[in-house]
Structure formats: structure tokens, C-alpha cells
Design a protein around this ligand. Structure first.
Ligand code: F6R
Length: 610
């Protein structure tokens, strides 16, 4: 989704801004722009499409400046074009502003500003902010006070950065509901919506909290909270390294991230298993472990792939932790006036830790007194900071828009939480030790699945022209069917649906003919025989079948057109293995269709608007 970068110091900011915008490309965007002070005057350059187009424009202009802001825009209000791209300016062209988020009352503010004589050029909600700030500057307020006064009138979410010609020594930034971080350098400072835009320059960062407005100078920054009180902000060290956010020789980030799953799940479990006691140790929730185990109910709230991980978590918690569990789309949960009791635990799963709906659901649950636990990947993210307690999945930066390694790491963390609760309840030491041992063996099993990559690529060749796909699974593997379908549709734009296999006969079977590929997730478990019956039903209607099956299964080959075998493990961990061939299948189909797998159309990595 939209990205923000900024620089103030002694260097030429143009390459820094463009480099930062490139690092933010993975978030998804459709236009880009920068605003700098060039010889004391505000200068804005914008383009539609990729950052490389902006770069070409800038190369021709050969501008140099030591203060500037840059933005990638993912259209919400108004089509992607240069006029709607950021920065937006005031009428005198002396103020430049970039904005992530949505100004909800922009229409009313726009009407008032129009009555006051302001003329609007774009269709965006952001331009309202530029004129609103200008209206306070005209009353003689400083930039800082004008920004604050303007934000007092705004409803919605924002991360903003503003530069004003008359106060050329500072960038004013503010945050509410949209992440913003300051990077501290030596006699220079940076701003960004995401630390990945900063790692090339500094490891020292300051995360802004909602309601804070900050003046960033080259050698200091002054932060104030909503009540105009100056606040002392903590400088934190980020551990992210530059090579972690590069492709490392792979053609795409998505492939790199699929291929590193044996390692990323190791990082998720490192130091957290206690084999002698057949349990897990999770420092982030230790203090709340008993309360969690005594919860009357667990609610898991998330979006997209993280929601699918939550569905697997539901099976785990109900089977082993013996706690009734519900899984809710965060977007529905937050507006449904949910009944939440103080004895409930609500778990929020989010790779980015910034998803607007999940964050809002978290705030609502906190307000209603439930214990709120976050399962996030991005350290220091909003959901991680807002939760009472949490467990990082430590999957490492996920840059490909389609989530892959975060999903398997989320499942590892859910299995560790399950183990922790189950061992406090009725799971025996032997059973706990068995789960620990199965978790420990997952990395080598994943390695063996990844070695099937070439074979899966061949299967992809046969299916790249399909128009529809069905994914069917039961029990723990029903959420995997949903996830496999989501992966395919988001990067290959092929329509795909995931279903519980038994539901097929209640509708989707009408779709099955020789043109319909059906992917069955059919490992040998308690529902295996029933899945075989479903396979027969599809076969009888000439559907083309791909089965994800257990290594030990030699019966299934004769029934289906293609088989991808995965090693066996206990049921609760099977999704961590069965999902990987589906990630690879989606990846190869999209590559064969010539599509941009890392930045699929219309999608954003971090969905910071509703
Ligand atoms: C799918 C995908 C999205 C995200 C969803 C939630 O591949 O990446 O569906 O899973 O937008 O994002 P997070 O986990 O960051 O809250």
C-alpha cells in the first residue's frame, strides 16, 4: 500500500528518496512522486506506474536537494494519474505533503475549503489536507502548529510528511493509524512508513505513536503528543539487514520466500521448544500463559492468508487445548458489535502487524476487556505494540505480496501456543514430546518437498491456461484448500475457489467437467477414505485432478492425473507441509503466464486502509 520516505541532511536526497521508494515497491502502488526544496523553492515530480518511470524523469532534470519527501500511491480516492499522485501542494506551491491512510471526512472539509476560495486539482482526500494546513499558515501559525490544527479537524487515518518553503530546515510528520518511523543518522535524519526503506542508511529508529506530531531537523527531532506535551521518544535498534531484503539470486522474492521455509520455520521455533517437558516456552506470553489456558473461549481475528492460518489454529486449539475457538475476519468482527467476555482471549494474526481491520479489531477487543495476543512478523509493528502480549513469528522480511513463509511460520507459532496450553491441561508428557519431535523434523520434510519444484513446474505448464480451479480439503486441510486457491488467484488471476471437500456435492460439483482442474489435499488421515470418495465423484465427471498426498500412499496414483507426495507428520502439522506444493504451483503458473508475481495488480502488501 502507499509508501512514504523522506530525508533531511547534507547529501543529495534524490537517490535516497528513489532508493527508498524502490524498497517500498513491494507494498503495491500505481504512481509515485517526490517533493524537494530546490534552491529554496518547492519542486514536485510525479509519474504514473513504476518508480523506474519516475527515476527516468528525474535523470533528465538533474535536480539536487538536501531535503525531500517521496511517495508511492495505491489509489483509493481518484484513479491512478499524475494529478492524483503525491506530493500534493497548496495553491502558492510552497507546501508539499504526502499521505498514507484515508481522510474520512474529506468531502465535508473540501466543501468548506471551496467556500473559502480554495481550488482543488485532484480527486484525492489528501489534497484537502494540503489546503487545510495552508489555511492555518495563512492565519500566521507555524508549520508545526498548522499541521496540528489541521489534524484536529480530520477524521480518519494518516501518516503524513510535510515540507514548507518558508521553514526549510524541517520536515513535519504525524501519525494516526498508519505507520511512520524516523531513521536517525549522523547529522541527517530519515523518515519512512516502513523500516525496509531505511536499512540501507541507518539501524537507529524511532517509531511514532498515534497522535504524535514531530518536527524532524537534520540534527534533532522534537515530538509532541496530542496534548501538546513534548515527549521523549526511545531510539531503537533494528536488526534487519540489507541482504535480508534482496532477492539473493532468485528470480522473484516469492520464490526465494517459498524456498527459505525450512529455515524460516526454524527461526520461528528456535529456543522455544522444551523437549524434556514436551512443551514450549514463549517469552512474549509467559506472563499470560495461565490466563490463556483458562480462557473460556479463544477468538482468532485476521485477514487473508493470516485468517487461513487462524482457521488451522482453530482445529489445533479445539483438539488439543480444549478451548472453544472461533475465527473471524477482522473486517467483519470490528463492525459486528461482537460479544466479548473478559474471560475470552482474542488472538490477532498479522504478518505486517499493520493491517487496518485487524488493528481496529484489536483495539475494540481491548476496550471490551479481553486478553489480546498478537502473532506478528514485523517487529515493532502497530499490532505487536498494541497487544497485551504476543509472539513474533520471526519469519524474516516477507517482500513478495503473496504471503508464503509467513503462513507456515504462523502455523508453527500456533502449534507452539497449542502445545503450551495442552500441556497445562490434559496432554501427556509422551504426547507432548511426540509433538515437539514432529515439529523439530519439519524443516527436513520441507526440504524434501522443495526438491519437487521441477516436477511441480511441469504440472504448472499443463494448467497455465485453465480459467478456473477448485481446491478441496477436509479438516486441518480445508484451510489449506482456501489458502491454495487464494495464492493462485492473487498472482495468476485465475479464478479459484477453496471448499471443504464434502461440501462439493452441495453445489460446486455442478462446475466439474473436463475443463475444471481440481486440487485435492488428501494426506492419509482420518478423513482420507472420504476424500477418496470425493475424488471418485470428480473423476466420474472428467475433472482433471491434482492430489497432494502422503508419501506412503500408493493407492491414490491410480485415481488421479497428477500426484505430489509430501512426507507424513501428525495431523495438526500437516498443513505446514501440504501448503508448500500449492505455493509452488501458483508461483509457476503465474510465471508461465508472464505475470508480475511479486507485485500482482491491485494488491498491496500491507493493507493499511479499510
Ligand atoms: C495473501 C496476503 C493477504 C494478507 C492479508 C493480511 O497472500 O498476503 O491476504 O494475508 O492482507 O495481511 P497481514 O497478515 O499483514 O495482516
Amino acid at each position: 500500500m502507499c509508501g512514504i520516505v523522506g530525508y533531511i541532511g547534507a547529501k543529495n536526497c534524490i537517490p535516497i528518496l528513489v532508493g527508498g521508494l524502490r524498497r517500498l515497491e513491494y507494498r503495491g502502488y500505481d504512481s509515485a512522486g517526490i517533493g524537494v526544496l530546490s534552491q529554496g523553492k518547492a519542486l514536485v515530480v510525479k509519474s504514473v506506474g513504476k518508480v523506474s518511470v519516475l527515476q527516468d524523469k528525474l535523470d533528465k532534470l538533474s535536480i539536487s536537494s538536501s531535503i525531500g519527501i517521496g511517495h508511492t500511491r495505491w489509489a483509493t480516492h481518484g484513479v491512478p494519474n499524475e494529478t492524483n499522485a503525491h506530493p500534493h501542494v497548496n495553491e502558492k506551491n510552497s507546501l508539499m505533503l504526502i499521505h498514507n491512510g484515508i481522510i474520512e471526512n474529506y468531502a465535508a472539509l473540501k466543501e468548506t475549503l471551496k467556500l473559502a476560495g480554495y481550488v482543488f486539482k485532484s480527486d484525492t482526500d489528501t489534497e484537502v489536507l494540503a489546503h487545510l494546513i495552508d489555511s492555518f499558515l495563512n492565519k500566521g501559525l507555524t508549520l508545526f502548529n498548522s499541521v496540528r490544527a489541521a489534524l484536529n479537524e480530520v477524521e480518519g487515518t494518516y501518516g503524513i510528511a510535510v515540507i514548507f518553503e518558508n521553514e526549510p530546515d524541517k520536515i513535519v510528520v504525524a501519525k494516526k493509524g498508519s505507520p511512520l518511523v524516523i531513521g536517525i543518522g549522523d547529522n541527517e535524519n530519515y523518515i519512512a512508513s516502513d523500516v525496509s526503506a531505511l536499512v540501507a542508511h541507518t539501524q537507529q529508529v524511532v517509531y511514532l505513536e498515534d497522535g504524535e506530531v514531530v518536527e524532524v531537523y537534520k540534527d534533532k527531532f522534537i515530538a509532541k503528543d496530542v496534548s501538546d506535551k513534548e515527549i521523549v521518544k526511545k531510539v531503537q535498534e533494528i536488526t534487519l539487514k540489507l541482504d535480508e531484503i534482496s532477492k539473493g539470486g532468485f528470480q522473484h522474492f516469492m520464490l526465494k520466500e517459498i524456498m527459505e521455509q525450512s529455515e524460516s520455520i526454524c527461526n520461528s521455533m528456535r529456543g522455544r521448544l522444551v523437549p524434556t517437558e514436551g512443551t514450549s516456552k514463549l517469552g512474549g506470553i509467559e506472563e499470560y500463559a495461565d490466563r490463556l489456558a483458562q480462557s473460556k473461549r479463544i477468538i482468532i481475528s485476521a485477514c487473508g492468508t493470516s485468517y487461513h492460518a487462524g482457521l488451522v489454529g482453530e482445529y489445533m486449539f479445539e483438539q488439543f487445548a480444549e478451548i472453544p475457538t472461533e475465527v473471524e475476519y477482522a473486517s467483519e468482527f470490528r463492525y459486528r458489535n461482537p460479544i466479548i467476555y473478559p474471560e475470552d482471549t482474542v488472538i490477532f494474526i498479522s504478518q505486517s502487524g499493520e493491517t487496518a481491520d485487524t488493528l481496529a479489531a484489536l483495539k475494540e477487543s481491548k476496550r471490551r476487556g479481553a486478553l489480546c495476543i498478537g502473532i506478528c512478523n514485523v517487529v515493532g509493528s502497530s499490532i505487536a505494540r498494541e497487544s497485551h502480549a504476543g509472539v513474533y513469528i520471526h519469519a524474516g522480511p516477507e517482500i513478495g505480496v503473496a504471503s508464503t513463509k509467513a503462513f507456515t511460520s504462523q502455523l508453527i507459532v500456533l502449534s507452539l501456543i497449542t502445545l503450551l496450553i495442552a500441556r497445562k491441561k490434559r496432554m501427556s508428557l509422551i504426547d507432548g514430546q511426540n509433538v515437539v519431535s514432529e515439529i523439530e523434523h519439519l524443516p527436513e520434510k520441507i526440504e524434501s518437498i522443495l526438491r519437487l519444484n521441477d516436477g511441480i513446474e511441469k504440472i504448472a505448464e499443463d494448467f497455465k491456461d485453465a480459467k478456473n480451479f477448485l481446491y478441496l480439503g477436509r479438516g486441518y486441510n480445508f484451510p489449506v484448500a482456501l489458502e491454495g486457491a487464494l495464492k493462485l488467484k492473487e498472482i495468476s488471476y485465475i479464478h479459484a475457489e477453496g471448499y471443504p471437500a464434502a461440501e462439493m456435492k452441495h453445489g460446486p460439483i455442478a462446475l466439474v467437467d473436463k475443463m475444471m482442474p481440481v486440487v485435492f489435499i488428501a494426506p492419509r488421515d482420518s478423513t482420507y477414505e472420504k476424500i477418496l470418495s470425493n475424488i471418485q465423484e470428480v473423476k466420474a465427471r472428467h475433472g482433471r485432478i491434482i492430489a497432494i498426498a502422503s508419501e506412503s500412499d500408493d493407492k491414490i496414483n491410480d485415481l488421479v492425473d497428477y500426484t505430489i507426495k509430501v512426507p507424513d507428520t501428525i495431523r495438526m502439522l500437516m498443513p505446514i507441509l501440504t501448503v508448500i506444493p500449492l505455493q509452488l504451483l501458483a508461483y509457476h503458473i503465474a510465471v508461465k503466464k508472464g505475470l508480475n508475481v511479486d507485485q500482482p495488480r491491485n494488491l498491496a502488501k500491507s493493507v493499511t486502509v479499510e
